[in-house]
Write a new protein. Structure first.
Length: 420
């Protein structure tokens, strides 16, 4: 099986797909799957731009809308995770994972799927200690604080992934596992990105949550993006034990190292994306403590009987089949021939994929607004009790010139990580 791995997409699907199609033709090969490590920017129309946390000059429709509308079709099955520059309102609709467009699958805020007999897991967002232990309290339309915290990784989603016991072949995260630079040529990395040296020396470059998952899951491959450079590492988990091949890739720009083709041994095709039995069982068990407010989840309230739960899920999958529920559009498609609409925000809508997925697992729908959620979200006391956070310092430039200027001005490592 040949898998193409892409770093930060930044909405440029047309160029990434064109590059891969050219590669197929030149090298007389066949690519079976494309996976993207975040900043995918699944922007369907002008309204989605309002939940994209980037400066106004970078708020562009780019090309995802063509695949959402059906004007174009993805030439390869595509799997992606979220980063810190996303149409967060749309990804929230698909919190558990689902088709963002035909043949383009979002892995969810955390998730595991199968592609053929290959297991692919992933964690969306970036790590921020201020929000890690909080619940998913943000709801669209997002205010100035929520638009910057919605993509921060939460302990709840990491804890679910920590329950995975069966081997993972490929794992995706947007930011790098902390300490991964110990296992590669970090001196060469610092020559490319000198402003990383202090964090590398202080062991603060990367995500603590991702490092915990790397130690627990020990996948064969781990792919990341976020820092806009290529970096490889080899992690030997114990002497003579399993090894993880780590690779971070750049963003889609001419002359940049944003793509890599890997070949993995697998069963013969045809290949398709399917639900993973173990992950569905974990989702089924932990949904009862889904944290829909600022309050952290209480994991002790979960009574795990995974053998019984997996048998129940297995029976459901055997009856229905393991293919994800079908894609359905939930908002009007972008029309470049029409003037930009400046009407009121459409707000949140339930995605039919998520509804039928939860019905399939016999779970309640918990992603809607609640009075309790909004009160907690906007309560000053709720923030002050957990320490303040300077959101004004989180300017998120996209182009390299702005990155370097902003990184030079940033006076703390956490701000530097958010800039990218």
């Amino acid at each position: 099986m040949k898998i193409a791995v892409e770093g930060c997409m930044h909405g440029d699907l047309d160029n990434v797909y064109a590059t891969l199609l050219h590669l197929q033709e030149v090298e007389k090969t066949k690519i079976d799957l494309l996976i993207c490590c975040g900043d995918f920017q699944a922007v369907r129309n002008e309204k989605d731009l309002e939940s994209l946390n980037v400066p106004p000059k970078f708020r562009s429709m780019n090309s995802f809308w063509k695949y959402y509308s059906g004007e174009k079709v993805a030439p390869f099955p595509t799997i992606f995770i979220g980063g810190n520059h996303e149409a967060s309102n749309y990804l929230w609709e698909l919190y558990y994972g689902g088709w963002a467009a035909p043949d383009i699958y979002f892995l969810g805020f955390s998730g595991v799927v199968k592609f053929g007999n290959i297991r692919i897991g992933g964690l969306s967002g970036i790590y921020n200690a201020h929000h890690y232990r909080l619940g998913h309290y943000e709801r669209p339309p997002y205010n100035e604080n929520d638009i910057r915290s919605i993509y921060h990784v939460r302990e709840y989603d990491v804890h679910k992934l920590m329950q995975v016991g069966e081997p993972i072949d490929i794992f995706l995260s947007h930011d790098w596992p902390i300490g991964i630079t110990d296992h590669g040529n970090w001196k060469d990395l610092v020559r490319q990105k000198p402003f990383f040296e202090k964090e590398i020396q202080e062991r603060t470059l990367g995500s603590k949550a991702a490092a915990e998952l790397l130690e627990k899951l020990k996948p064969s491959y781990w792919f990341s993006a976020h820092l806009h450079c290529k970096f490889a590492a080899l992690v030997e988990h114990e002497e003579g034990g399993p090894v993880t091949k780590f690779l971070a890739l750049d963003k889609c720009l001419p002359g940049r190292k944003f793509l890599q083709i890997i070949e993995i041994e697998s069963e013969p095709g045809p290949y398709e994306i399917q639900y993973d039995e173990e992950w569905l069982a974990i989702t089924q068990k932990f949904n009862s403590v889904f944290p829909s407010t600022m309050k952290p989840p209480i994991f002790g309230d979960v009574r795990l009987d995974m053998q019984e739960c997996r048998a129940w899920v297995r029976n459901r999958l055997q009856t229905r089949g393991a293919k994800p529920f079908e894609f359905m559009r939930t908002v009007p498609c972008y029309d470049p021939s029409q003037p930009v609409s400046h009407g009121s925000h459409t707000g949140y809508c339930r995605n039919p994929q998520t509804e039928v997925f939860l019905q399939f697992l016999e779970l309640p729908y918990l992603l809607d607004n609640t009075v309790e959620t909004r009160e907690l979200t906007h309560s000053p006391a709720a923030f002050s009790s957990r320490g303040s956070f300077d959101y004004d310092s989180e300017d998120i430039p996209i182009d390299d010139v702005d990155e370097i200027e902003e990184l030079a001005k940033a006076d703390d490592e956490e701000t530097q990580r958010e800039v990218l």
